[in-house]
Design a protein around this ligand. Structure first.
Ligand SMILES: [Zn+2]
Length: 325
């Protein structure tokens, strides 16, 4: 059974927002757009594994997607973790494509691009996660838990020129179920794992906190961000609100809720804490009073009563629906 559902990773959401909110001629646009494309491809690879995971017996395993834990102050994330009765399996998913060559050190070299690209050894990544997970479990009294790892290549167009030297724990997705049966057989003599581990892991899974201002993270200046409310029909950011509705001056589209997407964008870019003035400027509306009404309608908690009052956007049930699921 699935204990932790897969969610769009937080960096993917931030990058998607930035590609909509940065002008295409911005010097950092390409870097951010490329990073977004790369992460989207990675996420598509993770989603494509769902087909194979359906063949596992749900009563025999617990699946956690995108599990994020903290060990000794450092966060680590596991693409997919499967808890079988006698071992836990870390799955590192790589949606790499193109012509690949395994180097002597276990890294991968992509050779079909104008300049060769080095992709870091996925076995070392998976082993590092395994070490962190084992240490995390030991620290919480699950000392005897057996943990194994597997790297799955999900893109059908990945061609490995020297596949004979491929590490045995790197497999193609088409071999997934066969490999799972082999691993279950290999771990058959282990002690049964306590069935409280799945709940323990789920309870300590870290969700995004939205405490970070991502302009710093991506080295972008606040004036570079395109403000305004996107039109749901033609995508321009010029919607105006003369009355109860937002109206697009380009295509005349009406909307009552177009500002919600804009405030989600604000949260992803600037973080969860804001003022009515900042929201007024971001939505390009005339009056702060109007921004306060919007904050009330979203149910965002207010801190303070004077002009400097702040709102915590992540307390809004409407925004939570998108930002935390
Ligand atoms: Zn429009």
């Amino acid at each position: 059974m699935i204990v932790l559902q897969r969610q769009i990773p937080h960096p993917n959401r931030v990058l998607e927002t930035l590609t909509r909110r940065l002008p295409e001629n911005h010097p950092d646009y390409k870097r951010i757009h490329d990073d977004y494309q790369r992460r989207t491809s990675g996420y598509r690879g993770e989603q494509s594994m769902d087909y194979y995971l359906r063949f596992l017996q749900p009563q025999d395993c617990s699946i956690l997607h995108g599990l994020t834990l903290r060990y000794n102050g450092n966060k680590f994330q596991i693409d997919t973790l499967i808890l079988f009765p006698k071992f836990a399996l870390i799955i590192e998913i790589k949606n790499w494509t193109g012509k690949l060559q395994v180097t002597e050190t276990g890294d991968f070299l992509r050779t079909d691009l104008p300049s060769e690209k080095l992709l870091q050894d996925p076995i070392q990544q998976a082993k590092h996660q395994q070490w962190q997970l084992q240490a995390w479990l030991k620290q919480r009294g699950h000392a005897l838990t057996a943990v194994d790892h597997l790297v799955v290549l999900t893109h059908q167009n990945a061609i490995i020129s020297n596949a004979s030297v491929l590490h045995p724990k790197i497999i193609r997705h088409t071999h997934f179920i066969d490999t799972i049966h082999q691993l279950i057989a290999a771990h058959a003599n282990n002690q049964p794992q306590p069935n409280t581990i799945a709940t323990h892991l789920k309870n300590e899974h870290l969700t995004p906190t939205y405490n970070t201002n991502n302009l710093h993270t991506y080295d972008i200046q606040p004036p570079d961000i395109i403000t305004g409310v996107h039109c749901p029909a033609c995508s321009t950011t010029a919607m105006r609100k003369p009355n109860k509705h937002w109206i697009c001056p380009h295509c005349r589209q009406h909307s009552r809720t177009a500002h919600i997407q804009a405030i989600q964008d604000y949260t992803l870019i600037h973080g969860r804490i804001t003022t009515s003035r900042q929201i007024k400027d971001f939505l390009r509306i005339k009056h702060t009073q109007h921004a306060r009404r919007i904050m009330r309608s979203l149910g965002a908690h207010k801190q303070g009563t004077t002009k400097g009052a702040t709102y915590d956007l992540l307390t809004s049930p409407i925004l939570q629906q998108y930002l935390l699921h």
